[in-house]
Write a protein that binds this ligand. Structure first.
Ligand SMILES: Nc1ncnc2c1ncn2[C@@H]1O[C@H](COP(=O)(O)OP(=O)(O)OP(=O)(O)O)[C@@H](O)[C@H]1O
Length: 465
């Protein structure tokens, strides 16, 4: 590939850390090492070598978007830091062609003692803008960050989410040719994330190269044409993002599942819970809570399919979990294909493991690229579950028509204890990124958009007398 077309070239890149069991060993090595050499004694190692990254090579073309994925500690941040030039490699080479901006650790480059305003000015200059350029962009940066009211407060008073918003705003507005982002997009509420995505897409459309780390393989699939998969510092695969993400699922789902634990409720615990199924609490006003007599109806839906889907990147804290999430037609039959505009029931069956005063739940409906097409939660619907009891099962039915373009879709399910909904702060009890998949059939006529909105049409001929 000609160097004109190349944005980043990584060749045989490795990083070795020296690990000392205790601080004295570091001192011993510093003092005794040279002494032993002077005395002609054989070398003695007081540390062990730990290879955080080993012999990684790949190219990134100009204008390309490449995602770095891998489990915790696989070397993603180490790789980005070496490409950004903030960490020295042990061996190997990195070539970077173009003006780089990196958002590595949240707020790195910020000084906590200075105000937001001062930090924007300093950080902008650190990223290569002149003071005049920063001034010209200042309003836009602050507007994007949505923290205008706090801009003259010291940064140390900001939450980490606020710091991230400001850092992302500055970095994204310096017009880098190459942007390196580490995990930052996973912080912040869904609206800010959507704004970040939209800004990134705009920059990418104008030719920016993006290299980014994410645990959210949905965004890797939707944003990146290619991806790099790391495992214990080794590069397992580089290639088209769809294929690499698939490999990531198949390689790590099993391991992750064991770490996460509790995503495979034992039959007996579910049985017990079904036996004690709750009747509608007055405060809860649930859309549907089957009475005790309906328990058998619930059990006729096998949960194996859900549990298989739910293995992917599930996060649980053990307080409450989904035991099944499924789509039903008007007759209550389980469906995996939905006709255009069909009125379906998205049923979520939740099992509480602890008493919880208020429990929220919600879903995302995503297309095959991981784009969020629809979302709602019990806050929006004003239907939280109140006074949730340990061992009880709650059934939530979302009854709605679906009118999306023909294709494949996924639905994620989340249940959480709301903390401060004005800033989207929750304690996640169970987050199932892929709770179910379904196919939407084509309607009577082709749809030239993602979905049809339910509109009441009014047509008038304004020329008639
Ligand atoms: N300064 C350091 N000294 C010793 N080991 C380190 C140092 N920095 C990172 N490591 C180790 O190197 C490995 C790779 O770390 P790195 O942060 O790159 O992983 P990661 O894939 O970004 O992880 P995560 O997804 O958790 O952010 C980890 O095992 C980490 O503990």
């Amino acid at each position: 590939m000609s160097s004109d077309a190349l944005a980043i070239k990584v060749e045989g890149l490795s990083k070795c850390y020296q690990i000392y069991e205790n601080p004295q060993d570091r001192l011993k090595e510093a003092v005794c090492g040279p002494l032993r050499r002077v005395l002609g004694l054989p070398e003695h190692k007081y540390h062990r070598d730990f290879w955080a990254l080993r012999d990684v090579s790949f190219d990134v073309r100009k204008g390309e978007t490449v995602g770095i994925i891998g489990h915790n500690g696989s070397g993603k941040s180490t790789l980005l830091q070496m490409i950004a030039g903030t960490l020295a490699q042990t061996t190997g080479r990195v070539e970077v062609h173009g003006r780089v901006a990196a958002l590595l650790e949240l707020g790195s480059g910020f000084n906590p003692e200075f105000t937001g305003r001062e930090n924007v000015k300093m950080y902008g200059q650190l990223l290569g803008m002149t003071p005049d350029e920063v001034d010209a962009r200042y309003d836009e940066i602050v507007e994007f960050s949505e923290i205008k009211d706090f801009i003259d407060q010291p940064l140390k008073t900001y939450s980490s989410g606020m710091g991230m918003r400001l850092a992302f705003s500055v970095v994204a507005h310096v017009d880098p040719e190459i942007l390196i982002v580490d995990e930052a997009l996973s912080v912040g509420d869904v609206f800010f994330q959507a704004k970040c995505m939209a800004l990134l897409r705009k920059r990418m459309d104008s030719g920016m190269t993006l290299l980014f780390v994410s645990h959210d393989s949905g965004s890797v699939k939707s944003l990146c044409s290619r991806a790099v998969l790391l495992d214990h510092g080794n590069m397992l695969e580089v290639g088209e993002s769809d294929a690499v993400v698939e490999r990531y699922y198949s390689t790590f789902v099993g391991r992750r599942q064991r770490v996460v634990g509790r995503s495979d409720p034992t039959a007996s615990s579910v049985d017990d819970a079904f036996k004690s199924i709750v009747s509608s609490s007055e405060k809860a006003a649930l859309p549907v809570v089957p009475a005790a007599g309906d328990v058998s109806a619930l059990r006729e839906y096998d949960s194996a399919e859900f549990l298989e889907c739910a293995k992917f990147q599930r996060i649980q804290n053990g307080k409450a979990e989904f035991v099944n999430v499924l789509l039903l037609d008007a007759e209550g039959n389980r469906i995996r294909e939905v006709d255009f505009e069909e009125r379906i029931t998205l049923r979520m069956i939740l099992l509480a493991h602890e008493d919880i005063p208020v429990l929220a739940y919600g879903y995302h409906l995503r297309d095959r690229n991981g784009f969020d097409l629809a979302y709602s939660d019990s806050g929006i619907e004003d239907q939280h579950l109140y006074d949730v009891k340990a061992g009880h099962v709650y059934v939530v039915d979302w009854i709605m028509p679906l009118a999306f373009k023909e294709g494949d879709y996924t639905i994620s399910a989340v249940t959480a204890v709301p903390l401060d909904l004005t800033v989207g702060s929750v304690e996640t009890c169970d987050h199932v990124p892929i709770a179910l998949q379904f196919r939407m059939n084509r309607g009577r006529l082709p749809l030239y958009g993602a979905m049809r909105l339910d509109a009441a049409l009014q047509v008038r001929n304004c020329s008639e007398a």
